[in-house]
Design a binder for this molecule. Sequence first.
Ligand code: AMP
Length: 615
Amino acid sequence: MSTTEATNALSFADLGLSDSLLKTLTDIGYETPSPIQAECIPVLLQGRDLIGQAQTGTGKTAAFALPLMEQIDVKLTKPQALVLTPTRELAIQVAEALQSYAKNLPGFHVLPIYGGQSYTIQLKQLSRGAHIIVGTPGRVMDHIERKTLNLDHLKTMVLDEADEMLRMGFIDDVEWILERTPAQHQTALFSATMPEQIRRVAQKYLVDPREIKIKSATATVAAIRQVYWQVSGMHKLDALTRILEVEDNFDAAIIFVRTKNATVELADKLSARGYAAAALNGDLNQQMRERVIEQLKSGALDIVVATDVAARGIDVPRVSHVVNYDIPYDTEAYVHRIGRTGRAGRTGNAILFVAPREVSMLRSIERATRQPIAPLTLPSRADVTNKRVTDFKAGVVEVLNAEGLDFFANIVAQIAEEQNVGAEEIAAALAMMCQKGKPLQIPGEDPVARPLPAADTRRPGSFGERDRKPRSEDRGDSRPRFDDRTASKPRFEGGGESRPRSEDKPRRAMAPSSDMITYRIDVGRDHGVQVKDIVGAIANEAGIESRFIGRIGLYDESSTVELPAGMPAEAANALKRTRVRGVPINMRPDEGRPDDGGDRKSDGERKFKKKPASY
Ligand code: AMP
């Protein structure tokens, strides 16, 4: 097993990637490989099997995606790689990442296939030919069975977030697919944790795999105030400026982002909002870099937007704040970043932006630094207004105390006489003039705060809070969402997420209400089906969030499921065709007697009396 310590200084060129891909990475703005990339890319390029233990946010997608790109023969329009992901959102994200790395590979095709999407579209796309397929296990299985997905030319298979696939009850499907892949192929398995069942799958299907684990070094951080804001309901940029505006003791900040391009973009946007900000990235030569740091020291700049590499070792005592605008890849990077503040005996502040899908990284950081990171309540509009008014008043008082005002007092007296108005009104008019373009009040609504799940509620084999959400949420998109707390009624949405819940936690004891309909499905205990399998399949195939899935009654040959009324035809059709553990579920409104489970076996009497397992 290897860890990451020795590899931090490597460049992408050192890893053996082709010039064309290196150029793409420069275009995208990736400066250096993340630790998991530095470790995995050379191994995968050699064609070896690999087990990568890393969570979201470590850069694991590129760790397998870049070697995949190197192996693709564009002239052969057959699936050469298959990536299995637990959710449709992840399938789409991975496909998007692959497409972005194919910038200099004309003719390259990646196809995401997932439950809930129309078969007609998928069949058309599959028949056109794709080089890489990224899909959820159920739908991939379906296409293999229908012979619409042919894996004869498969060179590489990637299992992404294998532990999530296990939690969601897809592991049998995954094995079913692995059984049907050509004997000669490379397999890479990525998982944040390594439960026993995942180890077993790895032992069975991977050949002499290299194991790579991203070490979470424990570290002590100096007395720095650490807070996080969960990205939701507001754009990150708006949240950033709000936070910076009301932070006490703000003097200067280093803001960390992931890419070179993002340093420039964010610095430009902050400059446009009136901040003295500049970018610091690997494109700057030594002289330019020193100049930026000098300007930060002297106060000519208040904000530097930097990548990890460019900010290494910066020692500027007036940096009162470090903002992790993009979460770091690992805990070590976090510790380095926040070490840029709280220098020379001053107090430091570290603010971390955490997208919902990055919660596990937040918890890792807390564990590694052995310090809790407190949630930060986004300043309200009233907070910002109060701060601006306070600062404005302080500015006026400063001028009153310090400047010779006779000349202006004379002008005010003239206006008062000419216009027949009082000094107060004139002062108000002057204040308004001063604030033109810098309003004291901000328009709009305050977003609703959304708490994160408590620390360490997740454990292998149980369903904790799912942390992968649609991309819109990562971007702080303020559009209403399916799972908005303000939403009073469940709605159906094509791009919904799956969020299975704990198996050992009782499912909501919900009285069958007029808003819920009970459906019957043709899988039950006899098929080895568990509640989590049903929840996972419904969530994924119909895009119904698991908290909107009501009681599940598990019988021997069939089961019942309560779902919100008003399911759109598309979702209902998807569920008719859905399979659980390879068995078509044939979902339909339940017409059977509510207490017998509809299992009319020969020993029906006993079954008739048996209560369903309710969750
Ligand atoms: P992942 O952990 O794969 O979900 O990646 C998280 C984010 O990091 C994505 O937005 C990637 O585009 C970004 N990323 C991955 N590798 C790098 C890199 N070497 N440099 C900068 N950004 C990266």
